[in-house]
Design a protein around this ligand. Structure first.
Ligand code: TXA
Ligand code: MG
Length: 343
């Protein structure tokens, strides 16, 4: 299959790319599109055969449910069997935006979307192209991140093509995504709101909006959470090369620099993602990409940096771990998962 690439910014007739992509989706095709978090790989959520093709293209386990993207709160409610007051509250405050709400699913949602489970993850994306696509298609769109299973999520159309060219029908190129990390996933189907995945919406923001505690999350791993949300699997979001986290908390700069030097002596080519500055380290076999010392800006750049080092053919990627502060939790969570199982 040849993967078509459309660039809406270059449309001579405004809206032509979105109209074409909507036609492909309605015919059962797979379309990758930008959201404010990462690129998603979409299929019409009420078309089980189309959704199955997402799983095949990604190499995704059938046990991992996919998020459904809709245009607005009214469309979301139509896909949930129950809509508690907390859902209304959070939807009004955070949609459109990077928050996925897990709710009891309506019968309209096929089993392939919910991985056979009783719930569905719903979100209203904020990216203008994602929003336009959902509206033009006039169907809910099931879309996991547009990467091969267990690889790094894509934040550009080029990242999507690197992993999925020839496996999907179309990519909408909307340039780099601004958020960079996947949405926060909050389960509202149980007795208490439960955080299943950290993201750009923080626990503090959710608790402030709800006026109640949110349970779960990486510091409170509860037996059964992985089954509830397979994205919690330890090894996920992983680059193709070993990722090592450098955390000399306290003795930061100098200690980290010395560790990196040690790696450079032992390896051919090392990728290095320091925080805020390169600490004056310049070695011939060190490929350095300085990441911003600000959680939002860091999130926007992290996956692109990992893709770039992977493409450069480094033997190992070293990451200077950001501090253990609430604003960094989503980033730290992704980095830890990326590093699990690597030597
Ligand atoms: O930002 C995002 O969420 C991106 C964009 C494309 O929207 N999508 C995304 O999808 O990251 P994916 O499939 O890569 O991650 C979805 C996560 C997985 O961890 C999955 O297990 C969890 O959400 N999830 C989806 N539906 C669920 C459900 N019904 N119950 C529990 N977890 C669910
Ligand atoms: Mg994913």
């Amino acid at each position: 299959m040849l993967t078509e690439v459309l660039t809406p910014a270059l449309d001579t007739k405004p809206g032509a790319s979105i109209a074409r992509a909507a036609t492909v989706l309605r015919a059962g095709g797979l379309v990758a599109f930008p959201t404010e978090t990462v690129y998603g790989l979409g299929a019409v959520a009420t078309d089980p055969a189309a959704v199955s093709r997402i799983f095949a293209a990604k190499g995704r386990a059938a046990t991992n449910p996919v998020i459904v993207h809709v245009a607005d709160i009214v469309s979301a409610r139509a896909l949930a069997r129950a809509w508690p007051p907390q859902a209304q509250q959070l939807a009004e405050q955070f949609w459109p935006g990077p928050l996925t709400l897990v709710l009891p699913k309506a019968d309209l949602i096929p089993d392939v979307v919910s991985a056979g489970g009783p719930t569905v993850g719903l979100r209203v994306p904020a990216h203008p192209l994602a929003s336009a696509l959902v509206r033009a298609t006039e169907r809910p769109i099931a879309a996991p991140s547009a990467n091969r299973s267990q690889r790094i999520s894509p934040t550009t159309a080029a990242h999507v093509l690197k992993q999925l060219a020839g496996r999907i029908d179309l990519v909408i190129d909307g340039g780099p995504t601004t958020g960079g990390l996947e949405s926060t996933v909050l389960d509202l189907s149980g007795a208490q709101p439960r955080l299943l995945r950290l993201g750009l919406v923080t626990r503090a923001e959710l608790e402030a909006a709800l006026g109640e505690a949110v349970v779960g999350g990486p510091h409170e791993s509860v037996a059964g959470d992985v089954a509830r949300s397979p994205g919690l699997e330890a090894r996920h979001y992983a680059p193709q090369v070993p990722l090592e986290l450098i955390d000399t908390s306290g003795a930061q700069d100098a200690g980290n620099a010395r560790l990196v030097e040690k790696y450079c002596h032992a390896h051919r080519l090392i990728g290095w993602l320091p925080l805020g500055s390169d600490h004056g380290l310049k070695l011939a076999n060190l490929r350095t990409l300085v990441l911003p010392d600000d959680p939002r800006q860091y999130s926007a750049k992290l996956y692109a940096a990992l893709h770039e080092l992977e493409d450069a053919g480094v033997d190992r990627i070293l990451v200077e771990m950001p501090p253990d502060l609430p604003a960094w939790q989503a980033v730290r969570d992704r980095l830890r998962r990326g590093a699990v199982g690597n030597g």
